[in-house]
Design a binder for this molecule. Structure first.
Ligand code: ATP
Length: 215
């Protein structure tokens, strides 16, 4: 029974840091599929700049060519805040016997204790933490305890149980962020080579960020 990766994010916009991380984890964790789940209304942060349908279109365009990549639009379709625990509960009901791996970057992992019902997340899924430039794994506090109690370095452990382990995984460090990309785009500089051309084309054609609306 292969595992399912779940990669949530605002994806405002999606970039090669997301895509390379997802691709490496698809392979190294031997995932049967990896679902990108764009947040509709992210509860823990400022509202996204691009509207949900544009962000969804960009994620679809960025992932279309890669077998094993899928886009799950349930959080965009759902009204109200996009709680990860709700998404994972639904997926657990759909796939009772398959390991679920929630993928987060180290920066997002450090904020996990602020997430709605965060401890329930570990009952529903494993958490796979991708290293991100400039961020270090916590050694103390609730996340330090979580890593001490549930941490593993072995991918095999993700297949022993369907939920409950935390794996910190090395991925190629690409210092790209959506924040920097939004700055680039709104100041009329070109995001080329930081994101797929298909995503850049959508930004140009829709003008979903102000600026860069013409070639
Ligand atoms: P922003 O700059 O707007 O916060 P972001 O680039 O962090 O955006 P998100 O959509 O918020 O992108 O991130 C979704 C997930 O992808 C998070 O778990 C985040 O940690 C992870 N992530 C984002 N960029 C990278 C990267 N360059 N390398 C590894 N993980 C990343």
């Amino acid at each position: 029974m292969t595992a399912i990766g779940i990669f949530g994010g605002t994806f405002d916009p999606i970039h090669f840091g997301h895509l390379r991380t997802a691709f490496e984890l698809l392979q190294s964790l031997r995932l049967g599929e990896l679902r990108f789940v764009p947040a509709g209304d992210p509860p823990h942060r400022a509202a996204p700049l691009a509207d949900a349908s544009s962000r969804l279109a960009m994620v679809r365009a960025a992932t279309a060519d890669q077998p094993g990549f899928f886009v799950d639009d349930r959080e965009v379709a759902r009204s109200g805040p996009s709680y990860t625990v709700t998404t994972l509960s639904e997926l657990r009901a759909e796939f009772p016997a398959r390991p679920l791996c929630l993928i987060v970057g180290m920066d997002a992992f450090l904020g996990l204790p602020q997430w709605h019902r965060w401890r329930d997340i570990l009952d529903l899924a494993h958490v796979v933490v991708a290293h991100r430039p400039g961020w270090r794994a916590p050694e103390a506090g609730p996340l330090g305890d979580l890593l001490a109690g549930r941490g593993t370095a072995r991918v095999e452990d993700l297949y022993v149980a369907t939920a409950g382990r935390v794996l910190v995984q090395q991925v190629t460090q690409l210092e790209i962020s959506s924040t920097d990309l939004r700055d680039i785009i709104v100041s009329n500089r070109d995001p080329r080579y930081l994101m797929p051309d298909a995503v850049r084309d959508i930004i140009i054609e829709t003008g979903c960020y102000t600026g860069l609306s013409t070639r």
